[in-house]
Design a protein around this ligand. Structure first.
Ligand code: ATP
Length: 484
């Protein structure tokens, strides 16, 4: 047990008790306690750790025990709603202001802020909302009362133009340190190269001399990474369906497993997963195709109504029959937390290395073995490169820095090299991309370590030849749309 003196009240805080009583967890994961203690002592914190490490707890627990309100800046609606629902379930006073918040609710939250003594412990907002004058004014009132406890910036790599998911309004978050230099800030990410890390720290105006930096391994040893090679000629739908149905059959035919499932009141077909596709229309078409084959699949993309999105997310999180598989665009990427996601499938190569790692990281958050499959074809590789070029042109027209554009190209190139590589461990390749030089374990948890010879054979048989791809490129015959 370790007591920390709360910064504002000077009272001793028993973080272990709070962890058990409020968050229902038995013990801290390695280094979580150190991060939480640094935050409670009022230090600025930079936290970089693998997907599912438990970064959110590092600002949520201090928020619950500290005096005042913690403002959490979060880039994705799905992520915000997902975290807010989990905190509400734990009876924590949490609120969110985003595009879906009804006006009366928004006004009530703002009134709470303007009182100077908010009852809300955690307030989730978008970076765009932080740029608004009326919100900043309300924060000043809270600050004057010394009740602005902490600022948490989740998915902090979005701050950097070098990052894979740059959001211009994240740059304005510098406002917090300029205006409230005494208010501690914690920023978290799973995906930052050293360049992005430096950029994040500088952009937020954090003082390196006083900043506590925690950088942990990227390793997710329970994830089984696998590339499945294909070409345009082949529809990989049957391959995927056979795999999923095979999983159901194995569960049903194993008496011990079946008994376990019956005891925990679990369906044989409750094998939750996510399939990522490039296009909104594909999420709907693929979900429908799966439903016609008896799989409980639902789409998720930014173009759905708020109600549809909520319904599909809630059904999936709640393990409801008919909602086992979410077919999504990257609108369903970063931060989504559901413990028993048994597989993540990339229907095509993702846009960036970081995006791949983030999305695959939705799997196996309970620590159990889970599969991450990526269907890779050279035709899709070329389409991804075309799309990147188009986005680069658009970014250049919008005046974005040339170097950031080059970096995005490098990230895609690194991902292509990862897919084409059949002579190294996938876990090691991922660690090496993020500059993680820790010893990453792999117990037959990748296609290379499972059967390296078969992997090489599958690549030879599965991919279109470079000559053929070149002919298609030259003839301009690849059909593709822009990402959406
Ligand atoms: N000490 C703990 N004991 C048990 N479970 C924990 C602990 N800390 C966090 N968790 C759980 O781990 C899961 C992942 O946590 P969280 O969503 O914070 O991950 P993250 O580090 O933000 O990952 P990502 O970068 O992928 O979003 C959550 O379900 C959370 O409740």
């Amino acid at each position: 047990m370790l007591d920390v003196a709360a910064r504002k009240t000077g009272q001793k805080v028993d973080v272990d008790f709070t962890l058990r009583k409020i968050f229902g967890k038995h013990s801290f994961r390695p280094l979580q306690r150190e991060v939480i203690v640094a935050a409670l002592e009022g230090q600025d914190v930079y936290l970089q750790a693998a997907t599912s490490f438990g970064k959110s707890l590092c600002f949520q627990l201090p928020a619950v025990v500290d005096l005042g309100i913690t403002v959490v800046v979060s880039p994705l609606l799905a992520l915000m709603n997902n975290q807010v629902a989990a905190l509400r379930a734990a009876n924590i006073q949490v609120a969110t202001i985003n595009s879906t918040t009804p006006l009366p609710v928004k006004n009530a939250i703002l009134d709470d802020l303007k009182s100077g003594h908010p009852r809300t412990r955690l307030l989730y907002v978008t970076p765009e909302y932080c740029t608004l004058d009326h919100f900043r004014k309300s924060l000043r009132v809270v600050h004057e009362q010394r009740e602005l406890a902490r600022i948490a910036v989740d998915e902090a790599h979005c701050i950097s133009e070098w990052g894979h998911d740059f959001r211009p309004s994240f740059k304005d978050l510098r406002f917090f340190k300029q205006e409230f230099p005494d208010v501690p800030l914690i920023c978290c990410t799973a995906t930052a190269t050293s360049r992005v890390r430096n950029d994040v720290i500088d952009t937020l105006g954090l003082n390196r001399m006083r900043l506590r930096c925690f950088s942990m391994t990227t390793s997710r040893p329970n994830l089984h990474y696998e590339i499945r090679f294909k070409c345009d000629e082949e529809d990989h739908y049957d391959d995927f369906l056979a795999w999923l149905k095979g999983t159901y059959t194995r569960r049903a035919n194993d008496p011990a497993r079946l008994q376990e499932l019956l005891q925990s009141n679990e369906r044989v077909t409750n094998v939750p997963g996510i399939i990522y596709t490039w296009y909104r229309k594909d999420t709907e078409a693929l979900a429908e195709r799966l439903r016609n084959d008896g799989i409980g699949a639902k789409p998720y993309h930014a173009g759905l109504t708020v109600q549809q999105k909520d319904e599909n997310l809630t059904g999936w999180v709640g393990n409801t029959e008919g909602f086992d598989v979410i077919v999504a665009t990257t609108a369903f990427g970063m931060g989504i937390d559901k413990e028993n996601v048994r597989f993540v499938v990339h229907w095509q190569i993702p846009k960036s290395f970081e995006g791949f790692y983030q999305e695959a990281g939705r799997a196996g958050r309970d620590g159990k073995a889970s599969l991450c499959i990526m269907y890779y074809s050279r035709e899709d590789r070329d389409r991804a490169a075309f799309n990147m070029q188009r986005e680069v042109q658009k970014s250049a027209a919008a005046g974005r820095g040339q170097s950031a554009i080059v970096n995005r190209g490098k990230s895609l190139q690194a991902l292509i090299a990862y897919c084409e590589n059949v002579s190294a461990c996938r876990h090691k390749l991922i660690a090496s991309y993020f500059g993680d030089d820790t010893d990453v374990p792999c117990e037959w948890a990748c296609d290379f370590h499972k059967d390296r010879r078969q992997l090489a054979r599958k690549k030879d048989r599965g991919l279109a030849s470079e000559e053929w791809c070149q002919t298609q490129r030259e003839a301009g015959t690849y059909a593709y749309d822009e990402y959406d």
